[in-house]
Design a protein around this ligand. Sequence first.
Ligand code: GTP
Ligand code: MG
Length: 273
Amino acid sequence: FFQTVASPPSSNFLLLGPSGAGKTAFTTLLEAKSSLASNKSHSTHTSQQSTLVTVTLPPTVPTGSNRYRSVNDPSLKEAIRNPIKYRVKDTPGHGKLRASQGISELQTMSQSKDIKTRLRGVVFMVDTAALVDGATLRDTAAYLHDVLLFLQKRAKNGSSSKRTTEVPVLVAANKQDLFTALPPGAVKEKLEAEIDRIRKSKTKGLLDASADTELEDEEEILGNDEQEAFSFKLLEHEVGVKVDVVGGAVKGDLNEEFGSGVRRWEEWVGMCL
Ligand code: GTP
Ligand code: MG
């Protein structure tokens, strides 16, 4: 006989990113995919509250603890019978709600002592068609900078033995279906360059401020090394916080490169489980 162990939906992911990126559309799609109900798409509107949904990982998506799952693998049968559930918290991206919602959720969820409810990963969603606009790029990079700086401080305060509990970040480069969309590689470069600019102006501000006052508690610089240009690689190397930029689309059709529009993001989620 088989003992069916119901997997509790205990792995939490936090969905962050600026307004209009497609966070609620993504959450709604994951919910529709998880229930066998008809896949009707709901129209979304600007969120003002965070919502928590429980969704299912498609059985064919490998998980971190089961990396080599293939179609012939007996564990696939088990996965179909007993699909892995996880939870996603959708947050509002509006600038005025970030401190009270997105960043605040990040603090609460990442500080959970309970291993069962601890934060497994952050999905930071961006609208890749909107990033050509300078103001949108600055706003997006500023939000991402704050998220990463929080994770850096968290990583440093943790003991070295907790190295493996660093929270990874997926930059979900959404809306790849639009012909005006920047490809993921360009999104990565633009975000890195803009975060570098933010870092530089922060360092300069700190130097100016400390010119006449005692240097009090040292403000941290994202990625530590001020000499080197900022990159997600640098952050991983210096701090241990891993950032991946992966393209996809919640809406519209994509070619095989992306599979179903959100497949590669689900694969990233799977690797965190
Ligand atoms: P806030 O709640 O304000 O933070 O925004 P949000 O990130 O939740 O954005 P939302 O999901 O409401 O999506 C904004 C708009 O983008 C909606 O009109 C979506 O239909 C559209 N959208 C989302 N994903 C895609 C995509 O992959 N491609 C295209 N073309 N449009 C998309
Ligand atoms: Mg929303």
